[in-house]
Design a protein around this ligand. Sequence first.
Ligand code: PLP
Length: 396
Amino acid sequence: MIGDLRGELDAELAAIREAGTFKTERAITSAQGAHITIEGRDGEVINLCANDYLGLANHPDVLAAAHDALDRWGFGVASVRFICGTLELHTQLEAALTAFLGTEETILYPSCFDANGGLFETLLTDEDAVISDALNHASIIDGIRLCKAKRLRYANGDMDELELRLKEAEGSRRVLIATDGVFSMDGYIADLPAICDLAERFGAMVMVDDSHAVGVLGAHGRGSPEHHGVTERIDIVTGTFGKELGGGGGGYTSGRREIVRLLRQRSRPYLFSNSITPVVAAGSLRSLELLTASTELVDRLRANTRLFRSLMADTGVEVRAGEGPIVPVMIGDEQRLAPITAAAFAEGLHVVGFSYPVVPLGTARIRTQVSAAHSEDDLRFAADVFARVAGGRAPA
Ligand code: PLP
């Protein structure tokens, strides 16, 4: 019986509201895209906060592949992979990812959260050590919590501290360095060459979560290893289909074949949870094929990012410096977030405030994300709105 607990939980919720960190959700009433409609407002708004970096969530080819898959493969698989839930479509998607990323083998997961959740405890025991960047995604943090290895942390991107941690880990049977390829709250790109240099010096493996980098970084959109020219030196890449590759959901781990094969035997979210549905697998595969065939979308994303960053610089509104399509508008005080995002929404721009526990207290921000699907007008409009609602000046 819930009894008095209701009162206690209500008090917790009230405290979250008071701190300005209460998260509300607005229901979208259209398909995902650069222009959407949202409940409570007439007409379209510009959407500047989706992970749909390449505009594939609603691409006609992706929709067609998903429709065909429904007819050919049906709706559900009703089984985990090793019982009777492996469709040819799953193995095709795994092979296509391996070829695209330039790795040795790939295993699909229900999500990247699960890929990260099922990685560390499979590979590492209490004889081992894992060294993690302090800004790594929650799923890496939780995955590491599930394993018994010695846990060490270094400040974001601090290679001197990583070296110290590697020295601390000496004597461990296996050492694994874990990092995001692109840190999702700041848009920073990990210094993979320096990480690989240290890993090789100390005999450690390197794992990169490239959820925000595949389709975004590298000449062909193959992610942060391609961007840095270190593809051969990375042991494990995890990623998602929930963002650039159509956004349908699902994740993967790709890398050294022995690691992937062990995951298939032992990784709990793989063994005990259904894989992605045929519709999602087919849409993701088509997204990957589009990305493999041409760099057009990646190039457009890059041009849009340059434009938006320069427009925002003109407004004088503070954004995190960087080169990627994650452009966090820094607000600081949590209490300022809601009035600014509400004012932007009233003007026709959909953006969302990020506050604790997603980012540290006092560093509240509006994470904007540029897409290849945005037009130049969309981006000019967005920068103009920020100039008005966040205390900047109108861009030139
Ligand atoms: N890793 C990173 C860096 C992410 O940003 C996300 C999504 O927020 C995930 C993992 C989880 O991805 P998924 O939605 O596939 O679980």
